[in-house]
Design a protein around this ligand. Sequence first.
Ligand SMILES: *Cc1c(COP(=O)(O)O)cnc(C)c1O
Length: 463
Amino acid sequence: MEQQKKMLQELDHKKIFDQVQGYALEYLSKVDSMDAFPQNVNIEKLSAFDEVLPSNSCSADEVLHQLHAFGSPATVAQNGGRYFGFVNGSSLPVGIATKWLSAAWDQNGGLYYTSPINAMLELVCENWLKEIFKLPDSTVAGFVSGTSTANLCALLAARYELLRRQDWDVNKQGLNGAPMIRIIAHDQVHSSVKKTLSLIGFGQNTIEWLPSNFQGKLMADELPNLDENCLLLLQAGNANTGAFDDFESICVKAQKAAAWVHIDGAFGLWAAASKKLSHLTKGIEKADSWAVDGHKTLNTPYDSGIVLCKNADAMITALQASGEYIIYSDKKDPMLYSTEMSKSSRAIELWACMKYLGRKGIDELVSQLHSTALEIAKQLNDLGLTIINEVVFNQVLVQANSQDKTKHLTQYLQKSGSIWLGGTTWKGEAAIRISCCSWKTNTADIKILVDLFQKGLSQYKMS
Ligand SMILES: *Cc1c(COP(=O)(O)O)cnc(C)c1O
């Protein structure tokens, strides 16, 4: 009772909400001057969290203070403009603000009856996404944690459908003794796709791997004969080069054979929203399922993956759930389109970001990420570095004139703190990977990045 009284008082006084708002606003105003990767001293101070589970309750003030004092300085400043690692976007201000409100709503997004507002916004987002990506009318969307889960949901739908065509109900009969599905993928599918295939019972040795070209792009002439037992895995946006497969020619062939085509478009599918870049996604509408993230290119807060599937029956049946207490509605019940049951109402933030930007704003954001990548590539090329990929989207792959030098340069840049980017291996050689994903990156950020490259190069020459 004491505890409940204390919590009611916290709600009533609102003090902790003012306190946390102050912390968050202070963080947002400082994030641009923070190191892109936290300094060691700040990481060491994380030991403040290394404590035993307290026996007694403390004040909310103390909890929030500890987070701000020790957590904030140890964060990776990817919400600023100088983070070029992985394919990590920032958050649009409207997305952050919406997340605060939706936290107060605390909606379980699983069913219409647990959150009509989330169900409504899922439907709206579904329609808007279909319009942006120009997908068939019958396409349905599930809102999941990220593209890994979106790939999983799509491949479960594909597995269900491809087995059904061979008179096998995987829900009832399982995989033991099931007919064969031919899985065809190119050597550049994302690691999360490989993981998904193993999770759903398709080991890597059973997959027909196809070679991609130097850019990591699959061309139609590499395709084997396809048939209606095939699941073909394509990619919009290679995580290293940003390359897009040759969708139009590949999908025409796949459609003729009635093969199921899935496109992993975690960050690249958004090219469809840019007039300048939509040539890259030409033909995607001929596929059967797609996976995409809000939290990369669109700069929504995290926890925003979307699975899109043309065959609603296959998806809903594959992801079926039943239980006597579940009440389905005649509206949209989000859990039917996801592996989850209780689920975050993540469509709220996705909706807010799309509503805020509008069609033109999304076009501008996506095109801007591309321009940033082009500008960085040009300036690094001027320094004498080699850009090994065609900068078709937001990724830049850079090499110095020896592998050793490339590796040293990567370490130098990562240690600098003021920017962060990753290293990778591309077709057997070391490379530096620059991912332009933040709405915030401006010419001053680009200058800091390029100056650091220059400094790193000259240091290496001296040593
Ligand atoms: C990031 C990424 C994924 C995984 O998405 P998550 O949102 O991290 O789960 C899958 N495929 C590609 C091409 C990616 O870039």
